[in-house]
Design a protein around this ligand. Structure first.
Ligand SMILES: CC(C)(COP(=O)(O)OP(=O)(O)OC[C@H]1O[C@@H](n2cnc3c(N)ncnc32)[C@H](O)[C@@H]1OP(=O)(O)O)[C@@H](O)C(=O)NCCC(=O)NCCS
Length: 179
């Protein structure tokens, strides 16, 4: 297996097709290669490739992720778009370990999100989880602020100060996702 980091413009058309299929997001199905590259221009793609250089697992680091908490805007990297072609073969945990090593080496302040049914995976990977805290992240939906659909916040790599920021989120002090 090969670990590779690619900017959107470095992805092949076939890789983009594979990623879109893995993400299973109706909104993005059938998206043109160039539109994909533009939409994710502020992202980096971490890939685990098999010996034929085909994607076995992918995740996206989104560098356009800003949260407003108590009138301050904080920028983080967001780990998302994580999916494996064949599940349960160890590829997801291998990719996550490689990515976390990269994130720590580059000291990227990084969080992620998950639904409660994927918790056991992150627990196995020893990722610290803020259980049920994702509902305190408010996102704009039309004209309204609504709680995130995710359940948990994943502490991928945060300084103690930033860790405390997320620990302290609650109904009185939510975080607002600034687009
Ligand atoms: C989550 C995901 C990326 C993990 O990748 P993977 O290649 O299946 O991961 P691994 O094979 O390394 O799994 C490691 C362990 O976690 C377990 N695991 C994986 N996904 C799990 C899940 N959704 N729920 C519970 N346990 C899970 C595996 O059974 C395995 O356990 P084992 O070591 O006891 O056998 C993959 O299951 C997937 O593509 N899921 C659909 C998309 C998704 O939910 N992404 C995460 C969004 S936060």
């Amino acid at each position: 297996m090969i670990y590779s980091i690619k900017k959107p413009e470095e992805l092949t058309a076939q890789e983009i097709e594979t990623i879109i299929a893995l993400w299973e997001n109706e909104e993005w199905m059938g998206m043109e290669v160039n539109d994909f590259k533009i939409l994710f221009k502020d992202s980096e793609f971490h890939l685990l490739l098999d010996l034929d250089e085909k994607i076995a697992s992918v995740l996206r680091l989104n560098f356009d992720f800003n949260l407003k908490i108590s009138d301050h805007v904080y920028s983080f990297a967001e780990l998302g778009g994580f999916a494996s072609v064949q599940k349960g073969k160890g590829n997801g945990s291998q990719l996550l370990q490689h990515s976390m090593n990269t994130i720590v080496t580059r000291d990227l302040q990084t969080i992620g999100f998950c639904l409660s049914d994927v918790r056991p995976f992150y627990e196995k990977c020893n990722v610290p989880i803020l259980y049920d805290k994702a509902k305190y992240i408010q996102e704009k939906d039309g004209g309204d602020w609504v709680p995130s659909e995710d359940d948990d916040i994943l502490i991928i790599h945060l300084s103690e100060e930033n860790n405390n920021l997320f620990q302290q989120l609650d109904l009185q002090q939510p975080a607002y996702l600034i687009q």
